[in-house]
Design a protein around this ligand. Structure first.
Ligand SMILES: [Ca+2]
Length: 343
């Protein structure tokens, strides 16, 4: 509530105990040391103004002290339609509650349920405020709630941790040698482990780079768009290299993790790779930027996970196993269209 607002504006709310004023001279005499003349929002504020389902299927984070000290505020929010409420059972430090909310937000943006996001956050930061062992971090309501997700951070202008899951070697870059983003000022790079010992099987777990994003496909979505530029540091012309054990691919998975579509597979045995005139990047061949538009109408109304992946597989050459080489891919400008031009 803003300071200095005429009390007449909120007279009815004050009288009905939907709001309270704190920080009066009386409060100060009683030991109150906070700002003067603040309004507090009381539970009946939500019951009164948010009735008739003004918070439909919502996740509410009560980043305040004592939010779950009893169930009065929870019930008021639920009466307004809120599905799940996060809060604390006693006074909580902002450092702890801020860590919880940041962690949960990142996981919710990746498609986790509220319950999963709470579990990850409390494993990382504890179920109770380390500075107050009475302040438990708790969820009330439906733990299976998920956010309606659009493609957040679709141009990688924010750090990859915003909205994307990462496996292997992934980076947010301004440029890669002479290669610039396709959209905005930043792009993503996913790459296999560099400088690996090609004969060390123990390092095979590092032979991939992957970024993933779970999103809802709205009922009017038409195409999934993205741009990629796949690169390799292979030391000879890939046009002569036809074994095809290095790849960039864009996969779509359903919420159970089943592969349901592959909008793009770029194998190194394809002949569209070109020499990089500027090899200062350590990469020597590229596909150059390609824009992909993939018809997504069959996934309308569903949740899908978009996954950009690079990697390699061992080839059985009979007398020996042939390893892959480093491969990377830049990705940028991921978005859905609705039968219109670019957003
Ligand atoms: Ca970008």
């Amino acid at each position: 509530m803003p300071l200095g607002v005429n009390k007449l504006t909120y007279g009815a709310d004050l009288e009905a105990k939907r709001l309270a004023i704190v920080g009066s001279e009386y409060d100060r005499v009683q030991g109150y040391s906070g700002d003067v003349g603040n309004y507090w929002i009381l539970p009946d504020f939500f019951t009164y103004y948010y009735s008739s389902n003004k918070l439909p299927d919502s996740f509410v984070s009560l980043d305040i002290c004592m939010g779950l000290y009893n169930d009065i505020l929870v019930k008021a929010l639920q009466s307004a339609g809120a599905k799940t409420i996060l809060g604390y059972t006693d006074s909580v430090k902002v450092g702890y509650s801020g860590d919880i909310v940041e962690s949960m937000t990142n996981d919710l943006l990746r498609g986790s349920t509220v319950g999963e996001a709470w579990m990850y956050a409390t494993i990382a930061f504890g179920e109770v405020d380390p500075s107050n062992n009475l302040a438990y971090c708790m969820l009330e309501g439906d733990t299976n709630l998920t956010l309606p997700l659009d493609i957040i951070n679709c141009s990688f202008e924010q750090a990859l941790t915003t909205g994307w899951g990462e496996i292997g070697n992934t980076y947010q870059l301004d440029s890669l040698g002479s290669i610039m983003p396709q959209d905005g000022r930043k792009m993503a790079l996913l790459t296999t482990t560099s400088d690996f010992n090609m004969y060390s099987l123990g390092l095979l777990v590092g032979n991939q780079g992957k970024i993933t994003k779970t999103t809802d496909v709205p009922s009017n979505a038409v195409n999934l768009h993205f741009s990629y530029n796949a690169l390799t540091d292979i030391g000879w012309d890939p046009k002569d290299f036809t074994r095809g054990n290095l790849w960039f691919r864009a996969n779509l998975y359903d919420i159970s993790g089943n592969l349901v579509a592959q909008p793009k597979m770029a194998l190194l045995d394809q002949t569209s790779w070109q020499s990089l005139s500027d090899a200062s990047t350590g990469y020597t061949y590229q596909t150059d930027w390609n824009d992909v538009a993939y018809d997504i109408t069959s996934f309308r109304g569903q949740k899908i996970t978009i996954s950009f992946e690079v990697g390699w597989t061992w080839l059985n050459m009979g007398q020996f196993m042939w390893p892959g080489y480093n491969i990377g891919a830049l990705a940028d400008h991921v978005y859905l269209d609705y039968g219109q031009t670019n957003p």
